[in-house]
Structures are given as C-alpha cells and as structure tokens.
Design a protein around this ligand. Sequence first.
Ligand SMILES: C[C@@](O)(CCOP(=O)(O)O)CC(=O)O
Length: 389
Amino acid sequence: MYLTPEQEAMLKGEYGWSTAKAMEIIVKVGESLGAENLVKIVHAHISGVSFSNIGEHGARFIRDFYEKGGRARVYTTINPGCVDYSGLQSIIDNSLINAQKDIDNALAKMGFNPVFTCIPYWYRPPSPGEHLAWGESSAVIFANTFYGGYTNREGGPIALAAAITGYTYNAGLHLSENRRATVLVTTAPDIDRQVIGAVGLWIGDNIREITVIPFAKHLTFPELKILLASMAASGSHAMSVVPGLTPRGTYIEEIEEKIVIEKNDIDKYIGDEYPRGSSVLGYVGCPHTTLMELMEVARLLERYGSPRKGRLLLTIPAEYTERYRLLINRLKSKGVEIAAGTCPVVSRLRKKYDVVVTNSGKAAFYLRKIHGLKVRITGLREVIESVYA
Ligand SMILES: C[C@@](O)(CCOP(=O)(O)O)CC(=O)O
C-alpha cells in the first residue's frame, strides 16, 4: 500500500504509540481489502462504545488508546452508550453507569464530541463526496444515501483508529465505482408508510446489492431515517439510492433486477396483534429523535392525559435535555419517559412489558433478537395511541 511520508511517520511511531497502533489497524484492514492507499477523512463517528455490548475487554481497548496518548485528529462524534445521564426516566437500567462513565471519560478526553447519539449527521451534516469513517450502521446508510457522504460501515475499532490518524483505507464505498446500485425496489400501493420500518427489514433480509428505492422520495425525514436504519439492521446495507434525494454524482445507477414488495411480504416483520389489556412499552427514537419529531410527539400528546396502558419511551441525543428543556418538561408532564444518550438497543430494560409498540424496524429487530421481546411495528401516532388512548 502506498503511504505518504506523514502516514509512514505515524506508522513508525513518530506520533506516539496510539497513532502508530491506529495506523497499523487501518493499514492491515486496508491491505486485506486490497486498498492501494489511504484517504483523508473529515468526520469519524465512533460506535462500539456501549459497555453492555463491548464489556471490560472493549473498555480496556478504548482506555489504552487514551492513556497512551490517542487524541482526535478530526471532528469525531460518539454513539450512544448503555446508560441514561438525564435522570428523566425509569425504563433503562442504569446499573452499569460507572463502567460506562469510564469509557465515556476516556472518549471525551481524547477530544471526541460527547453527543452520544446515532444521528451524528444532526451535528455535522456531511457534504456530497466527503470522506468519513463512521460506525453505527443507521448513520452510515443515512450519510451515503441522503447526504452523498462516502463512508464504509466501520466497526468501532476502525472508526476509533480513523479518528486518531485522520485517515481510513481507500476501498469499498470510498471508491466511486463501488457505489453502484443495481436492484430497483418498489412497494405495492397498499403498503402503508406507517410500517416503513417493516419494509426496511424485508429489504435488509432479502437483498444483498445496493438498491434504488424511488418510493422513499415521498417519506418524511424521520420516516427515511427509520427505513434506512431498518435495512441496515436486518442486512449488510450501507447505502441506497433515492432518485431525487441522493446527491447526483455520488452513485452509479445500473439496474439489473426489479423487485416489488407485496403487503403480505412484510407481515412477519410487523409482528402480531397483541391482546387487549397487554402492558405496552411504546418506543420512539431509534434512530434518535430529532427536534421536529419531539415537537410532533408533543403535538400528538396534547389531546391525552396520562399513560393508560403502559409507558412511552423516547430516546434523544445527550444534549437535548438541556437545549430543549421546556419541550422536554412538557413531554414529562404527560408522563413520557425520556432517555438521553442511550437507547434500548445498547442497554438493558428494568422491567418487562407484554409488548413493545414502535415505529422503528431497527428497534423491533434488536428488541426481538437481544431481549426476546414481542414487538409490533406501527406509525408514530399509533405508537402514542397504544399507550395513551
Ligand atoms: C446495533 C448498533 O446500533 C449498536 C450500537 O452499539 P455499539 O455502538 O456498537 O456498542 C450498531 C449498529 O447498528 O451499527
């Protein structure tokens, strides 16, 4: 692999142990993928930071990089951890708080931005053609598809190494010729946008290639977020093309196959109806809610009093609790549980509910798989109704 004199110096240890180790990781992975050189990145997003996922070995790996001098060379954001720092909720189990704090302190001291969110594009929207090194599959697919950023779907250690060196290997979706969409996917007219998360799970499960999804042009920003995150959760998708949305010049469209998704294809992803009288955990915020979604939830809640059949959980970026305090208080006054900087995919729940009702295909995928919960996918309004009406 060709390395510039600066990259060679990093590898030789002239910038310290952490930079050398980080460079070694990137070069080794790059070589195994046939990369001919490295590419400069403008934004790293570090996943693999939740103690409940990475455990003590993972935490040690991160602390080592910090203690031996690793510092951010580019703008870097951090994915959610497994605890809620807001103190505004009783759903997420905070018993791992000290272990998570150790990780978060090391990350913050390395100069990474402690947003603790899976929507890093909310903090720095990528420009078309910019190279990034992002972990967190939902963010990766959103960056490539909506913003035309260039990022592979990185694991936590590579994103960390890229943050410390400012480079990643030049392969995969960093190369224009690999950004080739070949499968055109359409949806039958009777499929409701409320279950767009289930559509995403079907695509992830059944298609390997990069897709063109014209129907996604009619979705709202939150719905697109949910669709793409679901595709990336049940499959290995890192990019899709939405004609009219995906920036031109960031992809090649060469359709080789056409697929129509029928209504009955997605039934099993939506989940079963649940009996009346079930205790319900309504969940919104996978990927994390943006300000507009919070406002929409507050608006939908106006006609209701307190929760009647369970609880409603919202998960938001860490700093929202301070920044949007009045709005958060309004939601709290309706009995909404709000967790900041975390989510049920990377944490543990305190209590078991009969069913989780959510608009998120990704949350449904992981809550079924990791927590063995019964989950039903539906629209935002219906999630709220399932708890409050
Ligand atoms: C499921 C997922 O969102 C969990 C994130 O956890 P972690 O940041 O990898 O610990 C990872 C992903 O989808 O890339």
